[in-house]
Write a protein that binds this ligand. Structure first.
Ligand code: SAM
Ligand code: SF4
Length: 496
């Protein structure tokens, strides 16, 4: 099944892909994987967790399996989750670091969230936008305000956005599709948005089709918690209170032809060990039904939001958070992993090395904040939760360069119809060297010329030179040098 999907992804790569297929034997589940049918059995997940013991030897064996590019099954993931001794945890972190380095190289993709509207008919107790929060000033950006925001984002150098919406009748599929088209249409100077992802409420198949038509990248829907009873405790009204409707929503997206989907958990609502296993179970479900796993996994941790008091038993410590990210990297090695500015800068810098592939930069979540000055921002209504990394995009780029990581604004795969790009990065030998690194380098060159300050530009050009020098393939090296010169001469959007 997986083979068919891969062949559809990119005919040209099929021979190498065949040689690099993941050897994955899923377990038998009490709820079989049927499309648009629930697939989470909470007792089963707990049984696996409770009946699995961990040892350093077992952990090492499982890490070796993952490093040989094989997907882990739920029992193996549970062994990693249950590892509590220092040596095993260190091995898990080192394993994730090695996997990231070997498979993905040193790129980090950058994006920004853009909140379009905070009207919401749901009552998620943890969210500042919930309908019962009477302190929230409700607002939807009008077209001109969206244009202003996107121009401001383009002026900062952003090329990739995730548009975020509350769940409200005003935010229909048609409305969302229009905002996506609007975003693609805004061009300022050399600025343009080349990929628009969506984080919005689940739709029916027809709705997903309408949004797909607008040319979206990934559609993200986070389950928040995969535990049905915990879910019921937090979701106190509106459509989102229906656990199964949300659980099967990305199946409907797939049925509508959206094969780049993003899953996620809001860590801090329920036991993190259960949620990690459930994320892998969701991945297995998508693979079984649609021959492709999620494009990205997100792992927001619950942050302070107006009037919400979290259950201290479920708050995830920094150490457990780092461990769970490393486990996810090892468990689903071909999937993009997103770490947002909900987390403080220092922790983000530390965690990136364990497998994160995308971060947001220069994030503002108050409606209309990108186009406002700082003083004006103080007067904007409160965001959905508290952002903890307030660095500008330029500061983040500068600091990534210090670590010799290539900040990338690449959108090539999506625009060349190469969906499933993370799978290719993972499984096509040479794909990273042939496509991802040169594309990251060219988009960085664009950024340095158009938007960077002096210090960032100096560091950036040094890293670009180093990357060119280290390009082994002579033909590619020559072509990359030529293209960098073309970018310097004013051309943009040259992609491999
Ligand atoms: N309204 C849509 C929904 O609920 O799916 C999409 C937008 S919602 C604003 C995006 C995500 O923000 C949610 O899925 C949730 O995981 C996260 N979120 C909500 N409240 C949060 C909080 N207090 N701290 C951190 N993340 C939060
Ligand atoms: Fe509304 Fe989404 Fe917030 Fe829930 S998480 S209250 S659905 S915006």
């Amino acid at each position: 099944m997986i083979i068919l999907k891969i062949l559809r992804i990119n005919q040209l790569e099929k021979e190498s892909l065949k040689n690099n297929l993941m050897k994955f034997s899923p377990q038998k589940y009490s709820l079989p994987d049927l499309s648009m049918q629930p697939f989470i059995d909470a007792n089963e997940i707990w049984d696996i967790l409770k009946n699995t013991t961990s040892s350093k030897t077992a952990v090492d064996k499982i890490i070796a399996k993952s490093l040989s590019k094989q997907r882990l099954n739920l029992t193996e993931v549970a062994v990693l989750i249950n590892a509590t001794d220092t040596a095993s945890i260190q091995a898990i972190k080192e394993g994730a670091k090695t996997l990231k380095k070997n498979v993905y190289g040193n790129r980090i993709v950058l994006f920004a969230p853009l909140y379009i509207g905070n009207k919401c008919q749901n009552n998620c107790s943890y969210c500042g936008f919930r309908t019962s929060n009477k302190d929230a000033v409700r607002k939807t950006l009008d077209d001109q305000e969206i244009i202003n925001e996107i121009e401001a984002l383009e002026d900062n150098g952003q090329k990739r956005l995730v548009l975020v919406y509350g769940e409200h009748q005003d935010y229909s599929p048609e409305y969302i599709a229009n905002t996506v088209k609007l975003a693609y249409g805004v061009k300022k100077g050399n600025g343009e948005i080349r990929r628009v992802n969506i984080n919005a409420a689940p739709m029916d198949i027809e709705g997903f089709k309408i949004v797909k038509e607008a040319g979206i990248g990934t559609f993200q829907i986070f389950q928040e918690t995969y535990h049905p009873e915990a879910y019921a405790n937090y979701h106190l009204g509106g459509k989102k209170a229906n656990f199964e409707n949300r659980l099967t929503s990305l199946d409907r997206a797939q049925e509508a032809g959206i094969d780049d989907v993003g899953i996620g958990v809001l860590f801090g609502l329920y036991d993190w060990r259960y949620e990690v296993l459930a994320l892998v179970r969701h991945t297995n479900h998508l693979e079984a039904c649609y021959n492709v796993g999620p494009h990205t996994i997100s792992f927001p941790r619950i942050k302070e939001a107006s009037g919400f008091v979290a259950n201290p038993n479920y708050l995830v410590s920094d150490n457990d958070f780092t461990k769970l990210i490393a486990i996810l990297r090892l468990a689903v090695p071909y999937t993009g992993m997103i770490l947002t500015a909900r987390e403080p800068a220092k922790l983000r810098d530390e965690i990136i090395q364990y497998g994160v592939s995308q971060i947001d930069g220069g994030t503002k979540i108050e409606l209309g904040a990108y186009s406002k000055t700082l003083n004006e921002t103080q007067n904007l209504n409160k965001g959905q939760f508290k952002v903890n990394d307030e660095r500008s995009l330029n500061e983040i780029v500068n600091e990534l360069l210090d670590k010799e990581m290539i900040p990338s604004f690449c959108t090539a795969c999506y625009r060349l119809g190469r969906t499933g790009e993370h799978f290719m990065e993972f499984s096509v030998p040479g794909f990273i060297k042939k496509c991802c690194t040169p594309n990251a380098t060219l988009t960085l060159a664009e950024y340095l010329i158009d938007y960077a300050d002096e210090s960032t530009a100096e560091k950036g050009w040094k890293l670009i030179q180093k990357t060119v020098d280290e390009t082994e393939n002579k033909k590619l090296k020559k072509s990359l040098k030529e293209r960098i010169e073309r970018v310097k001469a004013g051309e943009r959007d040259l992609i491999y």
